[in-house]
Design a protein around this ligand. Structure first.
Ligand code: PRP
Length: 180
């Protein structure tokens, strides 16, 4: 275990198992509805989850990535959302499955959902590895959740503190001494 980690919350094995379950559920749901999703991952935190979950979904699908941040001035913006990297493909009539590492206040998700609908998406569903409902400010519920967590500072498997720890293969709780 990394020296800055207080304890492991979800091991690499537990995450892999949950990805299998979620992938099977998503496959079944979309097959039933006759839909093929476009996976849209929000950079950078969702990269490891995207890589794992997409290989557990047995559907003919495509994926794309976008990078957004809260708007602090600049030209390209939707509401107060700044688009650092937009999608490459058209969303007209597309069923989007947003891939997130964590839903915290829900602000990002809520804004991105509106943005994608404005771009013509037929539907926008959400799969997130982690859900932290205790911190919610905007009322929003992801459609597929890997794990529901308490209000703790989590890192690893894509999640960062100052851009570090994204490469840890597990989700862990960061030692308070690192950020205090
Ligand atoms: C994180 C995470 C979500 C968002 C969740 O992204 O990946 O997109 O914050 O927070 P919210 O529910 O309060 O909006 P971040 O902006 O830190 O970028 P990153 O993915 O590059 O780490």
């Amino acid at each position: 275990m990394h020296q800055d980690v207080e304890r492991v919350l979800y091991s690499a094995e537990e995450i892999a198992q949950r990805c299998k379950e979620l992938g099977a559920q998503i496959t079944e749901d979309y097959k039933k509805r006759g839909e093929t999703p476009l996976l849209v991952a929000l950079l950078k935190g969702s990269v490891p989850f995207l890589a794992d979950i997409m290989r557990e979904i047995d559907l003919k699908l495509e994926f794309d990535c976008m990078d957004v941040s809260s708007y602090h001035g600049g030209t390209e913006s939707v509401g107060d959302l700044k688009i650092n990297k937009d999608l490459d493909c058209s969303l007209e009539g597309v069923s989007v499955l947003l891939v997130e590492d964590i839903v915290d206040t829900g602000r990002t998700l809520s804004k991105v959902k509106s943005l994608l609908k404005n771009k013509g998406a037929k539907e926008v569903k959400v799969v997130t590895l982690l859900d932290k409902p205790a911190r919610r400010v905007v009322e929003i519920k992801p459609d597929y959740v890997g794990f529901t967590i308490e209000n703790e500072f989590v890192i690893g498997y894509g999640l960062d503190y100052k851009q570090w720890y994204r490469n840890l293969p597990y989700v862990g709780i960061l030692k308070a001494s690192v950020y205090e």
